[in-house]
Design a protein around this ligand. Sequence first.
Ligand code: GEK
Length: 245
Amino acid sequence: MKDSLFAAPRETNTPFVFDENVAEVFPDMARRSIPGYETIIETIGRLAAAYAREGTRIYDLGCSLGEASVAARRCVRSPNVALVAVDNSEAMVRRCRSVLSSYRSEVPAEVVLGDIASVPVENASVVILNFVLQFIARDRRLGVLKKIHDGLCPGGILILSEKMCNADPLMEDLLTGQYFDFKRKNGYSELEISQKRSALEDVLVPDTWEEIRDRLRQAGFVHADRWFQTYNFCSIVAIKEGRQQ
Ligand code: GEK
C-alpha cells in the first residue's frame, strides 16, 4: 500500500509514531524514504549467513515488519540457530508475526513486544539494529550498545544502520538537499517532505559519524566501520573481539 500519510495538510504538528497507519504502509515508506534499504536488507541476510554460529541466536531489534529477519532466516544455514525479533509497536509486532509465519525456514523465530533497552540479549552471534538506535533517547544509546556487546559471542557481529547528521553545516546542507531530491524522485511532494520532517523532529535524533564510532568504541567494539553510505544514511558492521567458536 502506498505511503500518503503526510500528503494532506496537517493542522497540528503531531510527533511521528509507529502506529497502525504507519505499519500498513511501511514497506513502501521504507523503500521510498531510506536510500539503499533493499541493498541493506539483502546484505544483512548475507552477513547473517556468514556469522551465525551453531547453537546461537540472531536478534533483530526494532524489527518493524521483519524484513531483515526474513532475509536472515532465508540465508542462514548453520544448524540450531534461533531468531528473536523485538519491537515496541503493537501494530508492527502483530504484522511481523504474520509475515514471519508465512515463510518456511529452518530458523525458528519469536517476535517479542518490548523495548530494546530492556530486552535481554544473550548468546548472540548476529545482532541487527537497522535504523532503530536513532529513535532511542541519546543518553540510553550507549547502554543498549553495551548490552549488545556483552550478549554477543566472541567474533559475533552487530549490524547498525543509522541516519546521521554532519557537524559541518555546509556538508549537512548538501547531503540533506540530495536526500530531499531522492524523496522527490520517489514521488513525495514538497508538503509531504516538510510535514514528515517536522513530525520526526525530536523523534529521530541523529548522531554524527564520529559520535556513533566513539559510542561503539565505548561499548567495547574495537572493530567497526561503515560498509554502506548514501547521503547521510549509513550501515555499519562492528565485530566483537575474539575468535568465533
Ligand atoms: C527494518 N529494522 O525494516 N524498542 C523497540 N522498538 C523500537 C523502539 C524501542 N525503544 N523505538 C523504536 N522502535 C526495520 C526498520 S523502523 C525505521 C526499523 C524507520 C521501532 C519502531 O516501532 C519501528 O518499528 C522501528 O523501531 C524503526 O529493517 O522507520 O526509519
